[in-house]
Write a protein that binds this ligand. Structure first.
Ligand code: GLP
Length: 634
């Protein structure tokens, strides 16, 4: 299917809620490859005619797979960029071009240093012009675009506030390149890149909505569940300056390219019965009934015949009615997800239980991308599994050292130094020089510099200690913790990690040696570029097919990302107030991790309330899991 050359194609019945053409792909790499192929075609066609191509480019993690594919096309298929001129959307104000978080640097790292584009063809807004010259410099940027013949194709990502470029809520349709104040949400989203929200610039220079809409063709990409809500607003909502991406609805040649997760809140995906006929299998029925029950604010068993008809799901009753029959079916399904025996209940009939009874006890392997993730996502369940006699092993995939503050590292180094001094130095020379070295390195790099290897190592050790403390609260002995320190993490930074074969091999050999009966792994893959998503991918690539895996079930837990919705839950492990208290206690052991990352008991309470509202028993908290089958991403 051509992305570039088939604008305005008639929308199908399923797409009638969507006001901008939207193409859904199974994953970001397929979408990016197709877009890159179309761009390559455009470049080559123009080359053949001796003409130039003007591309508008974007930053952020979204276009990275697209840039990787362009680089591959250049290296392996001889695609030349000699006739390409580029204009970037935006730049942080106040950052020099060589600042490691500047978009100038980003573009060099991700694309320009790897292709043959002439330096003079690259244009990026200047974030260093003095304030009184910004206006002039923005006008000049607009003029340069005009002089180049206008943008042939503008690539866009979307921020959580719905911004394109940095056009935050309130940007008008005819706004031009200008200085803008960054929204609070946008700054929070950039916090990990800048090692703390306080370091994120407050302003940026961005092309305006008007500048962008003048492009002949617009392609907006969005990946991951994190973008699903804003994609829905932009594609299905009214056009408003509160969501600048919604202006794409008014452009006659614009397309959204989204992966399945980013499409998940579009009507055709979340409420497919509203846009056409659906096949009423078990999963779809459960989804529709839960939706209806929540919409009517009444428990599943109280929804009546007329309410099905009035809410466009009458067809379900024709297929499987009467209403009470359908309701009771869904009620039972929900009921069967609830279990206090996450490892399976020995000697019990397991026909309607989420986990099989045998073997018992089970070898259970729990993967935690960063040291705290497993405790955040399933601390209560860990405690249950241990108590119910299973052999529980927790594999902590990365050291998590980037999470630990300098203050914590400084504290440990200074304790060692003081101990050495107290003892009088004898036999402690090594420790003293180690402590002095750490303190010296911390001072030298300053608060926002990159940690030298030794400092990272120490920070990792601090987290190891905290993880052991947290595990002990859940009944897990020190020996049951394995620290994998996956190499990709040690070599990288947030949003710039890239997985290697060595990482996958580590997971593969652990699996091979332990051959677990039950595996828990993070399902926090809403942002495909996140550390958790990479750790999941390492696991998915490492697990073999067949062999011991035929007697193994894989469960996905959720941590601080979006909680599972009622229809997505395959196993719900209820917790009493005491058990939730224990979980909080174990999380409190992670003293060097920002408390925002750890506040999940409230989410467990919310899941319990959701079950309660649907008419299930009322628990204090629930940890929810989804079953994973090989081949599906999440
Ligand atoms: C920043 C950029 C946008 C980008 C957005 C989303 O705000 N200025 O151009 O679309 O981030 O970033 P990501 O692709 O990392 O989700």
């Amino acid at each position: 299917m051509s992305i570039i050359d088939s604008p305005g194609k008639r929308q199908t019945q399923q797409e009638r809620f969507e006001k901008t053409r939207t193409l859904i792909y199974p994953d970001s790499s397929q979408a990016s490859q197709e877009l890159a192929a179309e761009v390559a075609e455009l470049i080559r066609t123009r080359q053949g005619k001796g003409e130039r191509v003007v591309l508008g480019l974007a930053t952020g993690s979204t276009p990275v797979p697209f840039y990787r594919e362009l680089i591959r096309l250049h290296r392996e298929e001889g695609l030349s960029f000699s006739n390409v001129t580029t204009f970037n959307l935006d730049e942080y104000y106040g950052l020099a071009g060589d600042h490691r978080e500047s978009y100038c640097q980003f573009m060099r790292d991700q694309l320009f240093d790897h292709i043959d584009i002439p330096e003079e063809n690259i244009n990026i807004p200047d974030g260093t012009v003095p304030l009184d010259k910004v206006y002039e410099s923005c006008l000049a940027y607009e003029a340069r675009i005009e002089a180049a013949g206008g943008l042939d194709l503008q690539i866009l990502g979307i921020g959580r506030t719905g911004h394109i470029g940095f056009n935050e809520p309130g940007s008008s349709k005819d706004s031009m390149t200008r200085l803008i104040t960054l929204d609070r949400v946008t700054r929070q989203d950039a916090a990990a890149d800048f090692l703390g929200v306080q370091n994120v610039p407050r302003f940026a220079v961005t092309m305006g909505v008007g500048t962008i809409l003048k492009a002949k063709r617009l392609v907006l990409m969005a990946w991951g569940e994190n973008k699903a809500e804003i994609v829905r607003e932009a594609v299905e909502g009214t056009v408003t300056d509160q969501v600048s991406a919604s202006f794409l609805q008014e452009h006659d040649n614009s397309t959204f390219l989204v992966d399945a997760a980013a499409a998940s809140k579009l009507t055709r995906r979340s409420y497919p019965w509203l846009v056409g006929s659906v096949e009423w299998d078990k999963a779809m029925t459960r989804r529709a009934v839960i939706w209806l029950s929540r919409k009517l604010e009444k428990p599943v068993l109280k929804v009546i015949e007329e309410e099905y008809n009035e809410n466009v799901v009458g067809e379900l009753l024709t297929a499987a009615g009467p209403a009470y029959q359908v309701n009771i079916g869904v009620f039972n399904q929900l009921q069967h997800t609830i279990t206090g025996w996450p490892g399976g209940k020995p000697d019990a009939d397991d026909t309607n239980r989420p986990e099989r009874a045998q073997p018992h006890p089970k070898r259970v392997l729990i993967f935690s991308p960063e040291p705290h993730d497993a405790f955040v996502g399933m601390g209560g369940t860990i405690e249950r599994l241990v108590e119910q006699g299973h052999e529980v092993k927790i594999a902590i995939q990365t050291s998590g050292n980037l999470r630990v503050s300098d203050v914590a590292a400084y504290k440990f180094a200074s304790v060692v130094r003081e101990m050495a001094e107290l003892i009088g130095g004898q036999g402690w020379e090594g420790q003293l020089s180690y402590a002095n070295d750490i303190i010296g390195q911390l001072e030298e790099k300053g608060e926002f510099g990159i940690d030298p290897e030794r400092v990272r190592k120490l920070k990792g050790l601090i987290l190891r200690g905290e993880a052991r403390d947290a595990a002990r609260v859940c009944g897990v002995v020190d020996e049951a913790l394995t620290f994998l320190d996956m190499p990709f993490y040690e070599a990288g930074r947030y949003r710039r990690f890239s997985l290697t074969d060595a990482d996958v091999d580590i997971i593969a050999s652990l699996l091979e040696n332990y051959q677990p009966h039950q595996i828990y792994v993070t399902g926090d893959v809403a942002d495909p570029s996140s550390l958790q998503a990479l750790c999941f991918r390492a696991f998915a690539n490492a697990i073999p097919e067949g062999g011991w895996t035929t007697d193994c079930r894989v469960w996905l837990y959720r941590g601080k990302e979006l909680s599972l919705a009622g229809h997505e839950i395959d196993m719900a492990v209820p917790m009493s107030p005491d058990q939730l208290g224990l979980k909080s206690e174990s999380l409190r052991k992670f003293q060097s991790i920002n408390a925002d990352e750890l506040e999940t008991p409230e989410r467990n309470r919310e899941t319990a309330r959701e079950y309660d509202r649907l008419g299930m028993a009322e628990y204090e908290g629930i940890e929810a899991f989804q079953r994973w089958c090989q081949g599906s991403f999440a």
